[in-house]
Design a protein around this ligand. Sequence first.
Ligand SMILES: Nc1ncnc2c1ncn2[C@@H]1O[C@H](COP(=O)(O)OP(=O)(O)OP(=O)(O)O)[C@@H](O)[C@H]1O
Ligand SMILES: [Mg+2]
Length: 489
Amino acid sequence: MSGISKRYPGVVALNDVSLTVMPGEVVALLGENGAGKSTMMKILGGVVQPDSGVVTIGGTPAKPASPAAASKLGIAFVHQELSVLDNLDVAGNINLGREPSKLGMLDVPAMHAIASKATKRVGLDIHPTTPLSNLPIAHRQLIEIARALAQDAKILILDEPTSSLTPTETATLLDLIRELKSQGVAIVYITHRLGEVTAVADRAVVLRDGHNAGELAKTELTHDRMVATMVGRNISGDNSYVPRTPGEVILDVKDLTTLRHPMGKASFTLRAGEIVGMAGLVGAGRTELAEALFGITPAVTGTISLSGIPLSITSAQVAIANRLYLVPEDRRHHGLVVSLSIRENISLPDLANMQSGGLVNRAKEARVTQERANALTVKAPSVEMAAANLSGGNQQKVVLARWLALSPKVMIFDEPTRGIDVGAKDEIYKLIRALAADDVAVLVISSDMEEVLRISDRVLVLRNGEVTGSIPRCDATEESILRLAVHHD
Ligand SMILES: Nc1ncnc2c1ncn2[C@@H]1O[C@H](COP(=O)(O)OP(=O)(O)OP(=O)(O)O)[C@@H](O)[C@H]1O
Ligand SMILES: [Mg+2]
């Protein structure tokens, strides 16, 4: 790809950007949120048309005019925002647009065979007729990857494929990438998890504000070099841990069970001013637990007490009325109204505070939302822009910005930094610490082990819906957590 430019109203997403990938090479495409990574790959994938610039594949100029055309050119694309369809089953999704037929009919056995083979490759043991709507987000992400693999592509684009995967699944995917590389596939890998870049990439191309900001050879792929090239400045290292003294117990959960894990009883407490991390493998029931606490899918049995008072959280309204909030994992389904503006998304739950005389005070609303967007470094020409047009990481920031000003008592974050770049991650950790300093009890569910170890005062481990341990910060290591997360017979 050479000299690629793409402009949107008020934003130059890409300005004369170039990128090459060789067969059998893994090139990491790095950059902060909004740097232009996804846009660059959408152009290669035929999703978006560039204003100028050329794409050449195997020496031949190519114009991927649509995703179908890109697929014909041998390009497979794993999107940052899941594009799998909830109303189809696993086989339907994996074969979508390439359904095998026999005598003019859909060849269902062949579809199932293709799906089984592809899901096995990503380490997923799942029946081809399983509806997608039944699957947790991490499994949907694996299906998305399996679909791309089933295409036998020459060029594979992976846009943050591991953002909701745990270390085990990530390791499986990285092995698979090495295998495809040895088969001569050219791979572009976008991620904010820099450890993965060091582990699997041969080279990195770095974008900053829509420009090429530099290239790093394999030996230069250290954390510090990557960050410095991405950010163009040194990130302040004020992230050293300051021990906190937690206050009284705010949330007390006893023997809580959920529909998905009727046998696993979760018991734990959260104290005022405490940041508790929650680790576990995919399927351990962390999101279900969070959704039970927030009343989305109420708990089946067990008790939840807030400041010593038992509560029956039968809906999210009850949770919100008691100042218990959840920032959900799946921002597109539960977090963000993409058709609304950034301003509307941020002020949505807070409109009551922005009224005067029964009318929303627009000036106040605009000022407050702008302040919150700035605090989280949301990158957009204006808060009036539709949330749909934000980069993935910036959408996540808008979701966070919404809840932070509501003076919560308990704040639950489900994968808060999913898809967020290193600099902005620090901003989010600062906000989480500020909440704790305000005596909020904070629970952070995260698949990112580094994150759990970095921010938690204490780590809870969940396995099959049961809290199998509570590890104080001083004893928390990757090993001590995994030992409790994995089942030993
Ligand atoms: N359809 C659109 N309309 C308007 N602006 C857009 C549109 N798509 C992308 N942009 C803007 O282009 C810029 C680059 O976005 P892009 O999605 O490529 O970033 P990214 O590097 O993938 O970021 P992230 O790490 O957050 O995923 C951003 O400022 C974004 O808001
Ligand atoms: Mg992106």
